[in-house]
Design a protein around this ligand. Structure first.
Ligand code: ME8
Length: 521
């Protein structure tokens, strides 16, 4: 059994979740659910990033203690993800005691090995990005993305990141799929053409108290990115006594760690993080996949600081959870930017789900109800014609197409393969017109409807990771309850699984058409 370990960024608790953070989390959830379906031993990690100046400031603004602020916001995130059917195996909090100890253990090891040293730092700090900049990095006195910076001069601790530059470049060059998509890989290689500076990994407590104390200097706390990046590995036991086996299994040996991130945090993940792991002697992740932006209706990035975010709740109220998940994963090709608006969602849902899938389900189950007493027709004595055979071939090969697209981080194309199968099946029914032939050729019409039923079973299983509630309902309607993993997966590339006589219910409309006129778009 192979492993699959997928992570999302851990989100700052300086604000509530929004459609951008929901996008990363839903995408990771869909990938995790697919891998569970394939039978992989899967772990899906998400969580919150609770230290640093940004969070300290957010708590101060509310006039409350940072820990209390974090406790409240962690619950807000958890509740939001629950509503979006997020099936994470672990919700990570960087204020958890085990994480603090592990971060300190890593720091101590790097200090003892001479990979961390003290020096005086002079430069510019951007609080909103929690990143240091040198004079030459600034553009008109601001960060390259236009954020404010403040001048800082102080003694600090530095990680010898520069020492690992050459090894990192070699690793990226030898492993073309380490950083995806390719344009992001080139961006990182471009960044690494300049000599790397060492990384400042501490903050004096006099300036920032909200962080993990540096184990070898009690006047300092750990830089928030050093602490946050480690979450991926502390979650599976790095630098913790008693968790060695888990660490070996999930981090060192599986070779199946995948980080899904937004393209804003490419350098921290593709430069800071692998060099930290190299210094510790830990394995590197297999993939760091940077996705694009969810854009608002003016085609701008939704961002907390600009106040242009959409709340996931509003979209859920508009279309429902599963259709929202479907839209985000199907419509935004992973790696690209993609817009979200009420009109776009309504159009996609009406077309793919209400018309294509919904119609197939309702006409198939209605006819079976009316003419076959609500039971799957018996097809054992029917000879298959050419059209039927070609539909069957297509249907039983779809699962493998879906699997390889998912393994290549192309969930939108995986869904496209299922949509194509449904299109073909609707066309098949149009041509065969069982609603007409049922009056003269009952058995042949039953065979055509049985084909549609089998396609619905396969499509329902293959779409389940994206729309677990709706597909559970669909599969129950056609008498094939979904069971995760090994129980369902092999049946999705087989034909003739539904036994004659299986109870088929008349379907309730699963995806009512969305009337855009009635929304507030
Ligand atoms: O950067 N479209 O946290 P953060 C798509 N704590 N994704 C978006 C988005 C948008 N419009 N806006 C935000 C941090 N995101 C650090 C991470 S990890 C060790 C530490 C998503 O709360 C996207 O995944 O600012 C992006 O990378 C992340 O939110 C940034 O979340």
């Amino acid at each position: 059994m192979s492993h699959f370990y997928i992570t999302t960024p851990i989100y700052y608790v300086n604000d509530k979740p929004h459609l951008g953070t929901a996008y990363s989390t839903i995408t990771a959830d869909v990938l995790a659910r697919y891998h569970r379906l394939f039978g992989d031993k899967t772990k899906f990690l998400t969580g919150v990033d609770e230290h640093g100046q940004k969070v300290q400031q957010a708590a101060a603004k509310r006039g409350i203690d940072p820990q209390k602020h974090c406790d409240e916001l962690a619950e807000v995130f958890k509740a939001a993800w629950l509503k979006l059917n997020i099936s994470c195996d672990q919700f990570f909090r960087t204020t958890d005691a085990f994480h603090k100890t592990a971060v300190q253990n890593v720091l101590q090891k790097l200090w003892d090995a001479g990979d961390i040293y003290a020096d005086t730092y002079e430069g510019w700090y951007c609080v909103s990005e929690e990143i240091f900049y040198t004079e030459k990095d600034l553009v008109n006195g601001k960060t390259p993305t236009g954020k404010d910076v403040e001048k800082v001069t102080e003694k600090n601790y530095f990680f010898k990141m520069s020492k690992y530059q050459k090894a990192l470049i070699e690793h990226i060059e030898k492993n073309p799929k380490f950083i995806c998509p390719e344009n992001r890989r080139n961006e990182v290689l471009g960044f690494l053409r300049q000599p790397l500076t060492d990384l400042c990994i501490s903050r004096p407590k006099a300036r920032l108290s909200w962080g993990i104390e540096i184990p070898f200097d009690h006047d300092y706390v750990t830089y928030v990115w050093f602490d946050a990046l480690l979450n991926y590995a502390t979650a599976v036991g790095i630098a913790q006594s008693g968790r060695e086996k888990e660490y070996e299994e999930w981090w060192q040996n599986s070779g199946q760690t995948h980080h899904l991130i937004g393209k804003d945090i490419l350098i921290t993940h593709c430069v800071y993080w692998p060099t930290m792991l190299m210094a510790f002697g830990a394995a590197l992740p297999k993939t760091i996949f940077a996705h694009g932006w969810v854009l608002n209706r003016d085609n701008e990035k939704m961002s907390k600081s600009k106040g242009s975010v959409m709340a996931p709740d509003d979209m859920v109220a508009f279309v429902g959870v599963d259709p929202l998940r479907y839209y985000l994963v199907k419509e935004i090709h992973l790696g690209n930017d993609g817009p979200v608006s009420h009109e776009l969602i309504a159009g996609r849902i009406n077309n793919d789900l209400a018309n294509n899938l919904g119609n197939l389900l309702s006409r198939t189950t209605n006819l079976i109800d009316k003419f076959f007493g609500g039971q799957a027709p018996d097809v054992s004595k029917v000879a298959l014609d050419e059209k039927t055979r070609s539909l069957i071939d297509r249907a039983v090969s779809t699962a493998n197409q879906v699997k390889s697209r998912i393994e290549d981080f192309e969930p939108s194309l995986a869904l496209e393969a299922v949509v194509q199968l449904l299109n073909e099946t609707n066309k098949f029914l149009e041509e065969k017109a069982p609603w007409k032939t049922v009056k003269t050729h009952l058995v042949a019409a039953g065979a055509d409807l049985y084909c549609a039923l089998e396609v619905l079973r396969i499509a329902g299983g293959l779409l389940w990771p994206v729309m677990p509630e709706k597909m559970t309902a669909l599969l129950e309607t056609i008498g094939c309850p979904y069971k995760a993993g090994v129980e369902t997966w092999p049946s999705l590339s087989k034909w003739g699984v539904i036994a004659a006589g299986t109870k088929v219910q008349k379907a309730q409309p699963l995806f009512p058409r969305i009337d855009i006129e009635k929304s507030d778009a």
